[in-house]
Design a protein around this ligand. Structure first.
Ligand code: RUQ
Ligand code: CUA
Length: 636
């Protein structure tokens, strides 16, 4: 095979390799059974040590994009990053890779009080942790409509939604009969369903039965209405489900399955040479739900279509080698690209053939029209809108650029080489995504490689390392690495959205369930939130303290409560100036919340021992910000 640009398999081996990589590669090689891998990695790493980033630059030799965004200038794209075990969503500017915002979703956030203030604490059900993996925006007509961001919480089987007008979470829904909700994807024809995959097979229902009989376990493909955030229906299948995707028509949804074996151990899950891509026929499922051809599982609140076992009208299983992970739909909507993970291939499924698969005219495997070899450990694929695909390769630590049409030709004609280029990434890339890649408007400018290990790429900060989210220019024929972006653990995925699509408000419009909550409270107490500051006794042991704020003062500079009272502070910020945020911190009571301009927020706590406690504004709002405070006097 000819040596390709960026494919360093033929460079001489140089020793002096870090021990870490040896260990990691040994594990990877053990799993896929490729012993020579450690040597390949040694060679590549030595080369990139000598040449560094300039290697990629030198390889380019053509006009390219600048990622420099000078002071005072704005980025071209909003990047939405999931926060992984931080439980957040983050917004980065692309291409500068500046982190602009963290949106607390299923985590507690000391800065804003998210998860601690009354409304958000109720919303997240009092939990304090989560694991956000996949962020996707709502769609209309095959592209982003700028309304919502959806994200899964793998840890607690939930789907959350963030409103793009205020960049705040407004809904979190528990997904029944599910554990490890992993892949999610919204329909792309309209803001319709959000499909969610349960990664872990469990007894159904999971009430103590069948615990020792994994052959009876199953997993749910769940449809949630993206507008109302209600769970509509579930489909029960026998295998597990990993990543999720939808077509552009609103007809099919997809789930990769790496455990068609139904095993509960690593060896067992790796046994079969081929697992599946599950294909779900959404109209057929909805018909069955309407006709009542469903079963009850658990509390029975959600209709379940039982599709375990054989291929049928609701679900078809397309054989894919081997323990597939990512499934991504190209911007033309014709192809679903499944990454083999333990096979060095990606499988290209022609979505136009799926009607024939469901009709029984062709075999499921006949929908596979290409299977190019892209490298060891392929995980996810992005697209440039020019017919090229970019697959992240975990074990090889590269992004492989390949041409879809050529891969289809190569399926019949092995003399065709679909691989365009491989570029080193640092190190062990998981997800990759490109600007507008998951829409009809994929523009082929920037690619992000979300690398799981950063190792030596940043200053040594101790045992816990950041991840390394790398920025790659894909505007030319050759990919070009331009930036290393440290990311606090552990973003899994990102989407990169043209900035004209996202238009948030600068002042809180006071809409949605959060405001219904405060208005109800104020009405109950005969209080006008924008006018009144007063203490309202709510019977024995309960006090509500309404307070307004204008920089640099609270309208109440003291209030009195009894020790042991449950105190609820409801603060309304009268300042209407952009960026003039206040907040409320009660010293020594674990109480801290943000109150944005023209917004209301509330927080509840138990008044401590008798004495004086200062409350203060934690957001630097004025030259006299430090004076913005008052006393809670606690009486015996
Ligand atoms: S998965 S590294 Cu949680 Cu998105 Cu593929
Ligand atoms: Cu208000 Cu600081």
């Amino acid at each position: 095979m000819a040596k390709r640009d960026g494919d360093e398999t033929e460079v001489p081996v140089v020793t002096g390799r870090r021990d870490f990589m040896k260990g990691s590669v040994a594990v990877g090689a053990g799993i896929v059974g490729v012993g020579a891998l450690a040597l390949r990695e040694e060679g590549r790493d030595a080369l990139s040590r000598v040449f560094g980033v300039s290697e990629a630059r030198a390889a380019s030799g053509e006009g390219h994009l600048s990622n420099e965004v000078p002071p005072g200038k704005l980025d071209d794209y909003y990047g939405f990053w999931s926060g992984g075990q931080s439980g957040e969503i983050r917004i980065l500017g692309v291409p500068s890779m500046r982190e602009i915002k963290r949106i607390a979703v299923v985590n507690r956030d000391s800065a804003t009080g998210w998860g601690r203030d009354d409304w958000s604490m109720k919303l997240i059900g009092g939990l304090s942790s989560g694991d956000t993996h996949h962020v996707h925006l709502s769609y209309t007509d095959g592209t982003y409509d700028g309304r919502y961001v959806y994200v899964n919480d793998k840890a607690n089987a939930r789907l959350a939604r963030v409103r793009c007008d205020i960049m705040e979470c407004d809904a979190i829904v528990d997904i029944p009969n599910s554990q490890g909700t992993h892949g999610i994807f919204p329909q792309r024809n309209k803001t319709g369903l959000v499909l969610c995959n349960a990664e872990f097979r469990t007894p159904q229902p999971n009430d103590g039965r069948d615990v020792d009989d994994p052959s009876k376990y199953g997993a749910m493909h769940t449809a949630i209405d993206g507008e109302t955030m209600q769970v509509k229906w579930q489909v029960l299948v026998e295998g597990n489900m990993d990543l999720c995707a939808t077509d552009y028509q609103g007809k099919y949804s997809f789930a990769t399955c790496y455990n068609s074996e139904g095993a509960v151990t690593l060896e067992g899950m790796m046994a079969a040479d081929r697992d599946w891509l599950y294909v779900f026929d959404i109209p057929a499922i909805e018909k069955a739900v309407k006709a009542g051809r469903t079963i009850k599982v658990g509390d029975g609140s959600v209709p379940v279509v039982d599709a375990r076992g054989e291929n049928g009208p609701y679900v078809q299983r397309i054989p894919i080698p081997k323990s597939p992970h990512g499934v991504n739909i190209d911007p033309t909507g014709k192809y679903a690209v499944c990454s083999g993970k333990l096979s060095p291939t990606v499988s290209v499924v022609d979505i136009r053939k799926l009607d024939d698969v469901f009709a029984g005219k062709i075999k499921p495997r006949d929908a596979v029209v290409a299977e190019p070899e892209v490298g060891l450990g392929p995980l996810h694929t992005a697209f440039d809108g020019r017919g090229n695909a970019y697959t992240s390769i975990f074990i090889d630590s590269v992004i492989t650029k390949w041409n879809i049409d050529k891969a289809i030709q190569a399926f019949d004609d092995p003399s065709v080489d679909p691989i365009v280029q491989k570029i080193d990434v640092n190190y062990q890339v998981g997800h990759t995504n490109a600007s507008m890649s998951e829409t009809r408007e994929a523009d082929g400018k920037w690619l992000i490689a979300l690398c799981k290990f950063s190792k030596d790429r940043f200053l040594n900060v101790g045992p816990l390392h950041d991840e390394n989210d790398q920025l790659i220019d894909i505007s030319g024929e050759k990919m070009r690495l331009v930036h290393d972006g440290p990311a606090y653990p552990e973003p899994h995925d990102c989407v990169v959205v043209r900035r004209d699509i996202i238009n948030p408000e600068k002042i809180d419009p006071r809409t949605g369930p959060r405001y219904a909550f405060y208005e109800k409270m104020a009405k109950e107490d005969g209080v006008k939130l924008f006018e009144d500051s007063k203490v309202v006794r709510k019977g024995k042991g309960k006090v509500r303290v309404y307070v307004t704020s204008v920089a640099p003062a609270y309208a109440l500079t003291e209030f009195r409560v009894k020790s042991g009272d449950e105190v609820q502070v409801i603060q309304t910020n009268l300042d209407g100036v952009e960026d003039l945020t206040h907040g409320f911190c009660m010293t020594n009571h674990d109480v801290n919340m943000v109150v944005n301009p023209r917004a209301t927020n509330s927080i509840t706590f138990t008044a401590g021992k008798p004495g004086v406690y200062w409350y203060y504004c934690p957001w630097f709002c004025h030259a006299l910000h430090l004076e913005m405070r008052g006393r809670m006097i606690v009486e015996a």
